[in-house]
Design a protein around this ligand. Structure first.
Ligand SMILES: [Zn+2]
Length: 414
């Protein structure tokens, strides 16, 4: 007897979600980005009098929203900023400091470099650092498209690689006096969300993008909401509510397009850059939560600190790796300073972490040079790699970040 065709679980979910689509009204004017909580705008009152009008305007225009679309939501006079939380809402009035010398201190959980006192031989004494090893790795590495393998070679897996660097970096920072936490200490997710729980949210985000919710598209959007959005939101909760560090160090490895992960394209391109928070577009700013988190980041005074510490780490990484700077050509990023390695970009991690963030993007994983070094794994000392005497790529990365932080906080930078 022939079996009757049965619906797979995914078909059931698709059916339920498709029915929901029909009943979902068009999105309200007060839009939230996927999985965001509605902001509590009353918190902004604590930042009253903490910034002058010229500084506020310069940070908005030069760093955070360079296309000028912030003007649709914020107007600044010499005595106050008038902020519209969402269309139709009562405005929030934020008093403005008349002079820099009269500006109040912003409420913040982190300490800036100038508020610290390093000890001789312990340049990071008392500094609280959260290391954020980028991505999930392990059984999710293929889902998050951070995995490739050539034949029977050792797989190149970004989430596993960032975790190796994170553990090495933790030891180095602790030996210089820092208190260090990892946002994850093993491969896998920190969030309890999973794609199957995110079908309705996936439908909403496809709807906002104007993308037809085919079964395949819906499944991949639910996965993206899990491994990127839900995961980073969970880590942000850990950083802002539990660890409350002075600095987050986000560790990543970069890549060029590799195509089929089982037959990847290798390249000779290899480069380095670091990212600081900003460069939001008018479209991103349509999300109420993105406007709010941008303002928290700006009013918290993170930019100057983020730029200073990123400069120091960029210099150290460039010296250690010899890599050239990566250059963005699109509108999604802008040069952060005269340092060619530093770029401003709106990423969930550097926006949602309320303290300063050093966001590292060294090495192209599918470059021939890096692929060769990844195959060697981690090792102490030096090895001959194609005629050059090199440390393990993981130790080179960890040592250079540690040195950059020591230079900045220990007072030898600038
Ligand atoms: Zn990455």
């Amino acid at each position: 007897m022939k079996n009757l065709p049965l619906l797979k679980p995914a078909d059931w979910v698709f059916g339920i979600v498709f029915c929901l689509l029909v009943s979902v009204p068009s999105l309200p004017a007060a839009m939230l980005s996927p999985l965001a909580e509605k902001p509590d705008w009353s918190i902004l009152a604590g930042y009253g009098g903490s910034i002058t009008a010229p500084e506020f305007e310069q940070l908005l225009q030069r760093v955070y929203v360079p296309d000028g679309s912030w003007r649709e939501w914020i107007s600044i006079t010499s005595s106050q900023a008038v902020i519209t939380p969402y269309p139709g809402a009562s405005p929030v009035f934020l008093p403005i400091a008349r002079k820099e010398s009269e500006a109040k201190v912003s409420p913040k959980y982190w300490k800036a470099r100038k508020e610290r006192s390093p000890l001789p031989g312990k340049p990071l004494n008392g500094l609280r650092i959260a290391i954020d090893p980028g991505h999930l790795g392990g059984s999710f590495a293929q889902m998050e498209a951070r995995w490739f393998r050539i034949g029977n070679s050792r797989p190149v897996e970004e989430g596993e690689m960032t975790l190796i660097v994170a553990k090495l970096l933790k030891q180095r920072l602790e030996s210089m006096g820092a208190e260090v936490w990892l946002t994850r200490s093993k491969n896998g997710a920190t969030t309890s969300l999973r794609p199957a729980k995110l079908m309705t949210a996936a439908l909403g985000s496809l709807h906002e993008e104007g993308v037809a919710p085919t079964q395949k598209r819906l499944a991949s959007e639910a996965e993206r909401l899990f491994y990127r959005v839900g995961e980073i939101r969970n880590r942000a909760g850990l950083v802002n509510r539990v660890i409350r560090p002075d600095l987050v160090v986000c560790l990543h490895f970069n890549a060029e397009e590799w195509g089929d992960p089982k037959h990847p394209t290798l390249t000779d391109k290899n480069h380095l850059h670091l990212l600081v928070c900003g460069a939001m577009s008018g479209t991103e700013l349509l999300h109420e939560d993105e406007r709010y988190t941008m303002l928290l980041k700006l009013l918290g005074g993170t930019h100057a600190e983020e730029l200073g510490v990123s400069e120091a780490v960029a210099r150290s990484l460039a010296r250690a790796t010899g890599l050239p700077p990566f250059t963005y050509h699109g509108a999604n990023a802008l040069a952060a300073s005269s340092n060619p390695y530093l770029w401003v970009r709106n990423l969930m991690a550097n926006r949602l972490y309320e303290c300063p963030v050093v966001y590292c993007e060294p090495y192209v994983m599918n470059s021939r040079a890096v692929f060769k070094r990844v195959q060697l794994g981690d090792y102490p000392g030096f090895r001959n790699v194609g005629g050059a005497r090199l440390p393990s790529i993981y130790r080179e990365y960890a040592d250079a970040v540690a040195q950059g932080l020591a230079d900045y906080y220990g007072g030898t930078a600038h």
